[in-house]
Design a protein. Structure first.
Length: 363
């Protein structure tokens, strides 16, 4: 009975009905095998009808081959799910936060000394104030000291340049107008530079001297033979390369004088004085008559004047005043008749006696 059902199912599953579900296939070639009944070739349907057991095995094999594919596809989906599950539990920040929260909850215990100091401080703060105890003085804000305004340099026209006159106590008394011919010239940097160089070079003695190999005393004989000794060749004991020998290219006495015309030198001095008069840093000292040298008196006068340092005190044959100034570190004295351009430019302020001022204006 089972074989008949199988044959019925196979016969019902004709190629026409199968084509309704599956795409049409090319017709199979007729089999050339000869059946047992006759010599005519058997068709595909005849072969299926003749071999029902083979058809059933073939259908089971096709069904079994299709099922593993579906089973294989399912595990892929299962594999993807664990990946998502593994990715979810990874929370490094949450793990890092847990120790921080635990550390915040469990604060480290203070040392015994610190706890004792903290308790004492709180006990002192909670104690009631004594009856006669002094309250701590409140800190008062310090008033800002007014800064002294810097004196701005005064630039005046050549015809308006004056010198302030001070008495022996350092108080201003009067003003003296300065002549434009002597204190009203425009400075020429090149001329001033040349004059200063000439003054500095004139102070050089130029007496330095050395001996050459021809002036050094010693033998002129050759020290040893030229070859065969293994030493460096040597011809004279007076060679500059030997100790006690002559000096090569050493200094010789010379004159460092730089010539500057007389009128140019006078003009340069007038330019230097004009520069100080333009800035208003020329002062006249009246009544500076000292019987004996006194550095303290001159120092007090210069401090009272409150003028920029260094200071040049110009005198005219007044040795007492010059001796009183020479020990001051911020001042120097100079004679009016031998005044140099370098002295005037080196010092920022000039204090001139009345006797020396008459020589400057009349010169």
């Amino acid at each position: 009975m089972a074989d008949e059902k199988d044959t019925k199912d196979l016969t019902a599953d004709t190629p026409a009905e199968a084509g309704a579900d599956k795409p049409a296939r090319a017709p199979r070639k007729a089999s050339t095998k000869k059946t047992a009944a006759g010599d005519a070739p058997a068709t595909a349907a005849d072969e299926i009808a003749a071999k029902p057991a083979a058809r059933t095995r073939r259908a089971k094999a096709e069904a079994g081959a299709a099922e593993p594919k579906a089973e294989k596809a399912e595990p892929k989906a299962e594999k993807t799910e664990p990946k998502a599950e593994k990715a979810a539990p990874r929370k490094p920040r949450a793990k890092a936060d847990k120790p921080a929260e635990a550390a915040a909850e469990v604060a480290p215990a203070r040392p015994a000394r610190k706890r004792a100091a903290a308790t004492e401080a709180t006990a002192k703060a909670e104690r009631p104030a004594r009856a006669g105890a002094r309250k701590p003085a409140e800190a008062k804000p310090r008033a800002a000291k007014p800064k002294a305004a810097a004196k701005a340099p005064v630039h005046r026209a050549p015809d308006e340049r004056v010198a302030q006159v001070f008495d022996a106590d350092g108080k201003p008394v009067d003003e003296v107008k300065l002549s434009a011919e002597r204190f009203g010239l425009a400075p020429d940097v090149n001329l001033l530079h040349l004059t200063v160089r000439a003054e500095q070079a004139a102070r050089r003695r130029g007496t330095a001297s050395t001996r050459t190999r021809g002036e050094v005393s010693g033998s002129t004989a050759k020290l040893y033979r030229q070859k065969g000794t293994g030493r460096a060749r040597a011809g004279s004991v007076k060679s500059p390369t030997r100790s006690g020998g002559g000096i090569a290219f050493g200094p010789k006495p010379r004159n460092y004088e730089i010539k500057v015309n007389r009128k140019a030198a006078r003009k340069a001095l007038a330019m230097a004085l004009s520069d100080r008069a333009e800035g208003g840093t020329i002062y006249v000292a009246r009544g500076l008559d000292l019987e004996a040298p006194s550095t303290a008196t001159v120092n007090e006068l210069l401090v009272m004047l409150d003028i920029p340092a260094p200071v040049l005190v110009v005198t005219d044959d007044e040795p007492v005043v010059a001796l009183s100034v020479r020990n001051l570190p911020y001042a120097e004295a100079g004679e009016v008749r031998s005044l140099s351009v370098e002295q005037v430019l080196r010092n920022r302020s000039l204090v001139v006696t009345e006797k020396a001022l008459s020589v400057l204006t009349g010169a």
